[in-house]
Design a protein around this ligand. Structure first.
Ligand SMILES: [Zn+2]
Length: 286
């Protein structure tokens, strides 16, 4: 995996989220797991060569961040925000296993042999949960976990002050399409403002290349553009169908690796979610 600082590693070039890990004097802390089995097993082996795995932290419940947890079963406790549990492993169709099997067949054929039979599969969900914030001391590193709702309700950021790095999960989609399908845009903007207060040189986003604090403004501007586009459409009297037909930001960014075909669906889901948000019909996260 790519070395970001002396003790921080992440992978930004694989299908699914950007998983990463931080080395300490007493072992490793993992932040999110690869969706593809060969990548998850390779990451596990890479880390175990360097030391024991002390914690696995999930930044959100979406399947591309948590499906690989299975491959770390029994190695360490899993940590996340309490709101992650309600939707943990929920997918748009089928079971987490059947959904992921289709992904694996397409993008990781060698990984099929690493998948257990469905009856033996389990999600390895978090057992350590927090509400507002949590600090973990591991070896010579401190991990500060902050609740940063917006993209999802249970979204968190993992700040590693000694390395001047923060893992923000899908609070930032760097130079790729933003998924709004489970979002509260207002909470999201608040969380992006909060991230500006951290002393960091590197941000590990949920998707796309490593960035720095300059990208926070780009992400919040894109969220504001999206909300404004739907609000202006509604003010003109457009209904949901007309908003869906007329509003698209597909030309702005590519879709993250391996999901190119999802581009139109991402636009449609974004319009639907923001339309509901502007009608006061979504659950607010702050
Ligand atoms: Zn997500």
């Amino acid at each position: 995996m790519e070395k970001i600082t002396e003790n921080v590693y992440a992978a930004t070039d694989i299908r699914g989220c950007n998983p990463g890990y931080v080395m300490t004097r007493d072992g490793a802390v993992i932040i999110d797991t690869p969706q593809l089995p060969t990548k998850a097993v390779a990451m596990r082996e890479e880390v175990l060569k360097k030391g024991p795995i002390r914690y696995l932290i999930n930044t959100e419940h979406h399947i591309d961040h948590i499906f690989g947890n299975y491959f770390f079963t029994g190695l360490c406790p899993v940590v996340a925000h309490e709101h992650i549990l309600k939707d943990f492993g929920v997918v748009s169709s089928g079971t987490p296993y059947s959904y992921s099997l289709e992904v694996v067949k397409k993008d990781d054929p060698e990984g099929i042999s690493l998948m257990p039979p469905e009856k033996d599969f389990h999600l390895n969900p978090p057992t350590i949960l927090f509400s507002h914030g949590l600090k973990l001391w591991v070896g010579d590193q401190v991990f500060e976990l902050f609740h940063t709702p917006g993209h999802t309700r249970g979204q968190i950021a993992v700040y590693v002050p000694k390395e001047k790095v923060v893992f923000v999960g899908d609070t930032i989609f760097c130079e790729c399409q933003t998924w709004f399908h489970a979002a509260d845009p207002d909470a999201w903007l608040w969380s992006l403002d909060f991230l500006k207060t951290l002393d960091v040189d590197h941000i590990v986003p949920g998707h796309g290349p490593i960035c720095n604090k300059d990208y926070i403004m780009k992400q919040s501007a894109f969220i504001r553009e999206w909300v404004t586009a739907v609000a202006v459409g509604m003010a003109k009297g457009w209904g949901l169908q007309e908003c869906t037909q007329r509003i698209s930001f597909l030309d702005r960014f590519p879709v993250d690796i391996g999901q190119e075909a999802a581009g139109p669906m991402i636009q449609e889901k974004a319009v639907e979610r923001i339309y509901s948000f502007l009608h006061g019909k979504i659950e607010r996260y702050r």
